[in-house]
Design a protein around this ligand. Structure first.
Ligand SMILES: Nc1ncnc2c1ncn2[C@@H]1O[C@H](COP(=O)(O)OP(=O)(O)OP(=O)(O)O)[C@@H](O)[C@H]1O
Ligand SMILES: [Mg+2]
Length: 264
């Protein structure tokens, strides 16, 4: 079976007034259908650029990006995105914010069916009863839950999350990690999660990809496949400690703090 998301030797540079800024060079990534790939790497190494390439908002200078075996040549409605800042529209209620993609995506649910879909997602993430509130009336964690519903409402096959929990406190973040697993069981998607939090990458990812410093290539891939849905306790097992140590070590290499040779 071909991977649902595949990047081969991707290279990308931004054109700026002072010349090209190389951001990605030699990036490979492969996510099977239903997989959840966590991506970690030094700040500024090109993680958000990677999400724009998968979403078709940018086209690489070299290399290929495939979704379902089709070369990505522009934005697609089969992709949903959520970011660190939920950017909900204050003049719309929470329900109306979640409905937004259905108003834009051609052929999407309309009318009562759309409202039912949005309500059932809000209920799935624990926001039943908040449908008619405005974004400013919700906590940061609740806004992020609503943003997740908006990213999923049109049933995208690919969900891209760019540090969605980065601005939340530790306990709220852990609650949302568990919600993510519940959502994924009921609303299957193939996911990419960008994060700075190594524990988060292990809790949510079935693989963790470590990017090198800029221009980023795929430096290391950790297979984190599990036979059961993890609990928070699983993060405190000796096996998890060992995986965290491996990832931390790889990040230090990516940051240039340890030479690559020291690992072999
Ligand atoms: N539109 C742009 N034009 C020029 N340079 C850009 C543009 N967007 C990003 N960059 C540069 O490309 C590099 C990678 O940016 P990107 O946002 O992809 O990194 P990141 O890994 O997501 O960073 P962070 O961890 O801080 O979120 C940075 O050096 C950034 O300054
Ligand atoms: Mg970023």
């Amino acid at each position: 079976m071909a991977p649902l998301i595949e990047l081969n030797h991707v290279r990308h540079a931004y054109a700026t007034a002072s010349g090209p800024v190389p951001v990605l060079d030699g990036l490979d990534l492969s996510v099977n259908e239903g997989g959840f790939c966590a991506v970690v790497g030094p700040s500024g190494c090109g993680k958000s650029t990677l999400t724009r390439l998968i979403a078709g908002l940018l086209i690489p200078d070299a290399g290929e990006v495939f979704l379902h075996g089709d070369r990505v040549r522009g934005p697609r409605s089969t992709v949903g995105m959520a970011f660190q800042n939920p950017v909900l529209l204050e003049w719309r209620t929470i329900l109306q914010n979640v409905l937004l993609p259905l108003e834009i995506v051609p052929g999407a649910l309309k009318g009562a069916a759309a409202i039912d879909r949005a309500r059932s997602l809000l209920s799935l993430v624990g926001l039943e009863g908040f449908e008619d509130k405005r974004p400013s009336e919700l906590s940061g964690g609740m806004r992020q839950r609503a943003s997740l519903c908006r990213a999923l409402v049109h049933q995208p096959e690919v969900l891209i999350l760019d540090e969605p929990f980065g601005a939340l406190d530790a306990f709220t973040r852990e609650d949302l990690w568990q919600t993510m697993h519940e959502v994924k069981e009921k609303e299957p998607f193939t996911g990419i999660l960008i994060t700075h939090d190594l524990r988060e990458s292990l809790f949510l990812g079935d693989q963790v990809v470590v990017l090198s410093g800029r221009p980023a290539h795929t430096q290391f891939v950790l297979d984190n496949t599990r036979s059961h849905r993890p609990t928070l306790d699983d993060l405190y097992t000796p096996e998890a400690a060992e995986r965290l140590a491996i990832l931390r070590h790889q990040i230090e290499i990516a940051q240039g703090r340890i030479p690559q040779e020291a690992t072999t």
